[in-house]
Design a protein around this ligand. Structure first.
Ligand code: NBP
Length: 403
């Protein structure tokens, strides 16, 4: 009897392998294919007893799937996705579903959607957040595409997504490129969160706090309104010591950051729509400046820079920083949501901003207690024009303005 698996995944990189194990673990049979066949064979061999089929060719892969076929691509964004789609087109049948789970540019997704739709196929552009661990244990998923494809994919997406308060961290984001667009802004917001944490760290450091003292402060912050994955791992990172020298690891890491593109895409889109995303802008610029290490070193021999004037009492400074960080986070999310609302109106996507905040509460890198507050604000007023105007956030901002 020929195999008829529930789901197919192409691209056994870090994300692909972990997603497959998650999907299989939820009771679905999965066929896999990878450009480099040795990776497929090693992967399947490393997981005996699971309902996995490693296909050596695309034809074998396609023939092993039940109809309508559900084929997910987990590839490096860009040309690889187009190349695979071209190879799939002659092999698939009307009604089959292709899902691009990578970090694709939403305009690429819209172009691919048009091409696949013209062939009678259905295309889902799905943002998947949470990195390797999220992919394995439960990511936050942001799928965009036709409702009929969402209906068929929903049981699988809901089974593998993270859960918060019993709710899966996935909703149908909207048509066409809406899912990849929201994932891009999510990543931009993540850049902003990381930059705000970096600035809080820089101030604590300038005020003379040791890395252990800073770890204590971030741990304390993680108990309150700032409770989030990024604050938690900042505390953990500050605690880490280099086994050879005993020095804090954070002091030994080269202060240069790279970027893969989603932060810049958010900025470009914000500029095109005349929406201010100043925190994300600062985050992208800080990464660019950090990468200019040689120029910064050379300049530091000639230019002195300011002497920090952090004259508050240390405990008071930490408290004020907490309030400033929280307020800045509210401003940053307001900007990201404002950008999504603007694009939603322009594109007719009808984005549910409260629903989007709710699926970011689990699985993804920006998961945070704060997102529950945003969800509540939009549930109380779905037409909320600006997050800062929600009564809860107005109160926080008014209290923390001075800090
Ligand atoms: P990896 O770099 O680990 O894997 C990339 C996969 O793409 C491999 O299977 C590789 O096959 C395949 N591939 C490439 Br590269 N070029 C190809 C081509 N021309 N034709 C066919 N296959 C090709 O990536 P990853 O970290 O798993 O990320 C996958 C996607 O998920 C990306 O879009 C990424 O931005 C997104 N994402 C990643 C994370 C994360 O934390 N890593 C989080 C969220 C989203 P090979 O084995 O033959 O080289």
């Amino acid at each position: 009897m020929t195999v008829q698996n529930d789901f197919g995944l192409i691209g056994l990189g870090v994300m692909g392998q972990n997603l497959v194990l998650n999907i299989e673990g939820r009771g679905f049979s999965v066929s896999v294919f990878n450009r480099t066949d040795a990776v497929t064979r090693e992967f399947v061999a490393a997981h005996p007893g699971k309902r996995l089929l490693g296909a050596a060719t695309l034809d074998e892969f396609i023939q092993s799937l039940s109809r309508p076929r559900k084929v997910m691509l987990m590839l490096k964004a860009g040309a690889a996705v187009d190349a695979l789609i071209e190879q799939l087109l002659p092999r698939l049948e009307a009604g089959d579903i292709v899902i691009d789970g990578g970090n694709s540019l939403y305009t690429d997704t819209e172009r691919r959607d048009a091409r696949l739709t013209a062939h009678g196929l259905r295309f889902i552009g799905a943002g998947v957040s949470g990195g390797e661990e999220g992919a394995r244990k439960g990511p936050s998923i942001m799928p965009g595409g036709p409702a009929s494809a969402w209906d068929l994919m929903r049981p699988i997406f809901e089974a593998i997504a993270a859960r918060v308060d019993g709710q899966p961290c996935v909703i149908h984001i909207g048509p066409g490129g809406a899912g990849h667009y929201v994932k891009t802004v999510h990543n931009g917001i993540e850049y902003g969160d990381m930059q705000l944490i970096c600035e809080a760290y820089a101030m604590l450091r300038a005020a003379g706090f040791s890395t252990d003292e800073m770890a204590d402060i971030f741990e304390g912050w993680n108990e309150g309104e700032l409770q989030s994955y990024l604050i938690l791992i900042t505390a953990k990172a500050l605690r880490q010591r280099d086994p050879e020298t005993g020095e804090p690891v954070v002091d030994l890491i080269l202060d240069k950051a790279g970027q893969k593109g989603t932060g810049q895409w958010t900025l470009v889109n914000a500029a095109e729509n005349a929406v201010v995303v100043s925190t994300i802008n600062a985050a992208v610029e800080a990464r660019v400046l950090s990468s200019m290490k040689a120029a910064r070193l050379a300049a530091s021999m000639r230019l002195q820079g300011p002497t920090p004037a952090l004259d508050s009492h240390r405990a008071e400074l930490a408290e004020r920083l907490h309030d400033a960080l929280y307020a800045a986070k509210i401003v940053s999310y307001t900007q990201g949501l404002d950008l999504m609302r603007t694009m939603s109106e322009k594109q007719g996507w009808a984005l549910d901003l409260g629903g989007i905040a709710s699926i970011w509460r689990g699985g993804c890198i920006i998961r945070a207690r704060f997102l529950g507050r945003i969800t509540d604000a939009y549930r109380a007023d779905p037409e909320l024009p600006n997050l800062m105007r929600a009564p809860f956030f107005e109160g926080v901002l008014n209290r923390s303005q001075q800090a």
